[in-house]
Design a protein around this ligand. Structure first.
Ligand SMILES: C[S@@+](CC[C@H](N)C(=O)[O-])C[C@H]1O[C@@H](n2cnc3c(N)ncnc32)[C@H](O)[C@@H]1O
Length: 174
Protein backbone atom coordinates (compact mmCIF):
# COMPACT_ATOMS: atom_id res chain seq x y z
CA UNK A 1 0.00 0.00 0.00
CA UNK A 2 1.37 3.45 -0.87
CA UNK A 3 1.89 5.82 2.03
CA UNK A 4 2.38 9.52 2.58
CA UNK A 5 4.81 9.70 5.50
CA UNK A 6 4.76 12.42 8.13
CA UNK A 7 8.45 13.15 8.36
CA UNK A 8 8.53 16.94 8.55
CA UNK A 9 6.01 18.18 11.04
CA UNK A 10 2.80 17.95 9.04
CA UNK A 11 1.01 16.38 12.00
CA UNK A 12 2.40 19.09 14.30
CA UNK A 13 0.79 21.78 12.16
CA UNK A 14 -2.58 19.99 12.05
CA UNK A 15 -2.54 19.41 15.81
CA UNK A 16 -1.65 23.04 16.53
CA UNK A 17 -4.49 24.13 14.24
CA UNK A 18 -7.10 21.79 15.71
CA UNK A 19 -8.92 21.51 12.38
CA UNK A 20 -10.50 18.17 11.56
CA UNK A 21 -12.22 18.61 8.20
CA UNK A 22 -13.05 21.10 5.49
CA UNK A 23 -12.10 22.50 2.16
CA UNK A 24 -8.38 23.18 2.02
CA UNK A 25 -6.12 25.19 -0.27
CA UNK A 26 -2.40 24.34 -0.21
CA UNK A 27 -0.21 26.98 -1.84
CA UNK A 28 3.16 26.04 -3.37
CA UNK A 29 2.36 22.34 -2.93
CA UNK A 30 5.42 21.22 -4.93
CA UNK A 31 5.76 18.13 -7.13
CA UNK A 32 5.67 15.74 -4.19
CA UNK A 33 2.48 17.44 -2.99
CA UNK A 34 3.43 15.96 0.38
CA UNK A 35 1.18 18.12 2.57
CA UNK A 36 -1.69 18.18 0.05
CA UNK A 37 -1.76 14.37 -0.31
CA UNK A 38 -1.26 13.88 3.42
CA UNK A 39 -4.43 15.92 4.00
CA UNK A 40 -6.38 14.22 1.20
CA UNK A 41 -5.47 10.85 2.75
CA UNK A 42 -7.00 12.09 6.00
CA UNK A 43 -10.24 13.01 4.24
CA UNK A 44 -9.89 16.73 3.57
CA UNK A 45 -10.93 18.01 0.13
CA UNK A 46 -7.72 19.62 -1.08
CA UNK A 47 -6.87 21.98 -3.90
CA UNK A 48 -3.13 22.31 -4.35
CA UNK A 49 -1.60 25.08 -6.43
CA UNK A 50 1.89 25.65 -7.73
CA UNK A 51 3.26 28.05 -10.33
CA UNK A 52 5.32 25.29 -11.93
CA UNK A 53 3.57 23.16 -14.56
CA UNK A 54 6.20 20.47 -13.94
CA UNK A 55 5.20 20.39 -10.24
CA UNK A 56 1.52 20.13 -11.19
CA UNK A 57 2.24 17.21 -13.52
CA UNK A 58 4.31 15.42 -10.86
CA UNK A 59 1.70 16.08 -8.15
CA UNK A 60 -1.02 14.49 -10.31
CA UNK A 61 1.23 11.50 -10.99
CA UNK A 62 2.02 11.20 -7.27
CA UNK A 63 -1.68 11.18 -6.42
CA UNK A 64 -2.31 8.17 -8.65
CA UNK A 65 -2.76 4.96 -6.71
CA UNK A 66 -2.82 6.73 -3.35
CA UNK A 67 -5.70 5.84 -1.05
CA UNK A 68 -7.22 9.29 -0.75
CA UNK A 69 -10.38 9.70 1.29
CA UNK A 70 -10.85 13.33 0.23
CA UNK A 71 -10.77 14.93 -3.20
CA UNK A 72 -7.48 16.17 -4.61
CA UNK A 73 -7.22 18.80 -7.35
CA UNK A 74 -3.92 20.19 -8.66
CA UNK A 75 -4.03 23.53 -10.42
CA UNK A 76 -1.38 25.80 -11.85
CA UNK A 77 -1.54 29.25 -10.25
CA UNK A 78 0.58 32.00 -8.74
CA UNK A 79 0.28 32.26 -4.97
CA UNK A 80 0.42 36.06 -5.20
CA UNK A 81 -2.61 36.19 -7.51
CA UNK A 82 -4.90 33.30 -6.60
CA UNK A 83 -7.67 32.44 -9.09
CA UNK A 84 -10.32 31.95 -6.38
CA UNK A 85 -13.17 34.02 -5.01
CA UNK A 86 -12.67 35.66 -1.63
CA UNK A 87 -13.82 33.68 1.45
CA UNK A 88 -13.78 30.32 -0.37
CA UNK A 89 -11.73 27.90 1.77
CA UNK A 90 -12.03 26.66 5.36
CA UNK A 91 -8.28 26.24 5.66
CA UNK A 92 -5.44 27.76 3.63
CA UNK A 93 -1.97 26.30 4.10
CA UNK A 94 1.58 27.13 3.21
CA UNK A 95 3.87 24.28 4.18
CA UNK A 96 7.57 25.03 3.56
CA UNK A 97 6.66 27.17 0.58
CA UNK A 98 6.65 30.84 1.67
CA UNK A 99 10.46 31.10 1.59
CA UNK A 100 10.39 29.92 -2.05
CA UNK A 101 7.95 32.65 -3.09
CA UNK A 102 9.42 35.93 -4.39
CA UNK A 103 6.75 38.06 -2.71
CA UNK A 104 5.81 36.09 0.41
CA UNK A 105 3.76 38.85 2.02
CA UNK A 106 1.69 39.29 -1.16
CA UNK A 107 1.07 35.53 -1.02
CA UNK A 108 0.09 35.76 2.66
CA UNK A 109 -2.46 38.49 1.85
CA UNK A 110 -3.93 36.27 -0.86
CA UNK A 111 -4.13 33.35 1.59
CA UNK A 112 -6.17 35.53 3.96
CA UNK A 113 -8.37 36.81 1.13
CA UNK A 114 -9.47 33.35 -0.03
CA UNK A 115 -9.93 31.98 3.53
CA UNK A 116 -13.48 32.29 4.86
CA UNK A 117 -14.12 34.35 8.02
CA UNK A 118 -13.66 31.99 10.97
CA UNK A 119 -11.41 29.78 8.86
CA UNK A 120 -7.71 29.13 9.47
CA UNK A 121 -4.59 30.26 7.67
CA UNK A 122 -1.79 27.84 8.57
CA UNK A 123 1.86 28.42 7.89
CA UNK A 124 4.83 26.24 8.59
CA UNK A 125 8.19 27.60 7.55
CA UNK A 126 11.78 26.89 8.46
CA UNK A 127 13.15 28.45 11.63
CA UNK A 128 16.87 29.34 11.76
CA UNK A 129 17.75 25.73 12.76
CA UNK A 130 15.72 24.39 9.82
CA UNK A 131 17.40 26.82 7.43
CA UNK A 132 20.82 25.53 8.51
CA UNK A 133 19.81 21.89 8.20
CA UNK A 134 18.21 22.30 4.77
CA UNK A 135 21.11 24.56 3.67
CA UNK A 136 18.80 27.38 2.61
CA UNK A 137 20.18 30.89 2.29
CA UNK A 138 17.29 33.19 3.19
CA UNK A 139 16.96 35.21 6.41
CA UNK A 140 14.45 33.05 8.29
CA UNK A 141 14.18 35.33 11.32
CA UNK A 142 13.26 38.28 9.10
CA UNK A 143 10.71 36.35 7.03
CA UNK A 144 9.05 34.88 10.13
CA UNK A 145 8.86 38.31 11.79
CA UNK A 146 7.27 39.78 8.64
CA UNK A 147 4.71 36.97 8.51
CA UNK A 148 3.74 37.49 12.14
CA UNK A 149 3.45 41.26 11.73
CA UNK A 150 1.34 41.01 8.58
CA UNK A 151 -0.97 38.32 10.01
CA UNK A 152 -1.66 40.54 13.04
CA UNK A 153 -2.08 43.61 10.82
CA UNK A 154 -4.74 41.67 8.90
CA UNK A 155 -6.61 41.27 12.19
CA UNK A 156 -6.07 37.58 12.73
CA UNK A 157 -5.82 35.88 16.10
CA UNK A 158 -2.35 34.35 15.80
CA UNK A 159 -0.94 31.36 17.73
CA UNK A 160 2.74 30.59 17.27
CA UNK A 161 4.60 27.38 18.08
CA UNK A 162 8.00 25.96 17.24
CA UNK A 163 9.03 22.46 16.31
CA UNK A 164 12.75 21.70 16.07
CA UNK A 165 12.98 22.92 12.48
CA UNK A 166 9.86 24.97 11.89
CA UNK A 167 7.88 27.95 13.11
CA UNK A 168 4.14 27.25 12.99
CA UNK A 169 1.57 30.03 12.65
CA UNK A 170 -2.08 29.20 13.29
CA UNK A 171 -4.10 32.26 12.25
CA UNK A 172 -7.85 32.50 12.71
CA UNK A 173 -9.38 34.88 10.19
CA UNK A 174 -11.95 37.13 11.80
C1 LIG B 1 9.69 23.29 -1.31
S1 LIG B 1 8.33 23.30 -2.40
C2 LIG B 1 7.00 23.16 -1.26
C3 LIG B 1 6.89 21.83 -0.53
C4 LIG B 1 5.49 21.36 -0.28
N1 LIG B 1 4.55 22.40 0.11
C5 LIG B 1 5.39 20.19 0.71
O1 LIG B 1 4.29 19.91 1.19
O2 LIG B 1 6.41 19.52 0.97
C6 LIG B 1 8.13 25.00 -2.89
C7 LIG B 1 7.20 25.18 -4.08
O3 LIG B 1 6.78 26.54 -4.15
C8 LIG B 1 6.50 26.80 -5.50
N2 LIG B 1 6.38 28.26 -5.74
C9 LIG B 1 7.37 29.21 -5.71
N3 LIG B 1 6.86 30.43 -5.98
C10 LIG B 1 5.52 30.25 -6.18
C11 LIG B 1 4.45 31.15 -6.50
N4 LIG B 1 4.64 32.46 -6.65
N5 LIG B 1 3.21 30.62 -6.63
C12 LIG B 1 2.99 29.29 -6.48
N6 LIG B 1 3.97 28.40 -6.19
C13 LIG B 1 5.22 28.87 -6.04
C14 LIG B 1 7.66 26.15 -6.25
O4 LIG B 1 7.35 25.92 -7.61
C15 LIG B 1 7.83 24.86 -5.43
O5 LIG B 1 7.16 23.78 -6.05
Amino acid sequence: MSRVEDTTGREALLKAAGVKSGRVLDIGMGGCACMALYLARKGYDVTGIDRSSHAIHRARENAKGKRLRGEFTARRADATNLPFESDTFDVVISFHSLHHIDRPIAALREMFRVCRPGGKVLISDLNPTGVKLYKHKHDAARLLALVEREARRLGAAVKIADTRLDRLFVCAKR
